[in-house]
Design a binder for this molecule. Sequence first.
Ligand SMILES: [Zn+2]
Length: 62
Amino acid sequence: MVDPTSDLGEDVDESTAPECTICGEKIVQSPTHRIVTTIEDGLVAYRHFCSDECRDEWHDDD
Ligand SMILES: [Zn+2]
């Protein structure tokens, strides 16, 4: 049996995958995955988005 994910060096699966900040969808090795770095209360925080559409929606709220 060949595990196609074992060569990537990443241990990402459904249980550890980040969720989209906007729609809450689990992001598992998605090519449209976007990460935005923000400062919240003086700490670095990472916002995960499943696509550019969700990222743009988040900016609209600001
Ligand atoms: Zn989303």
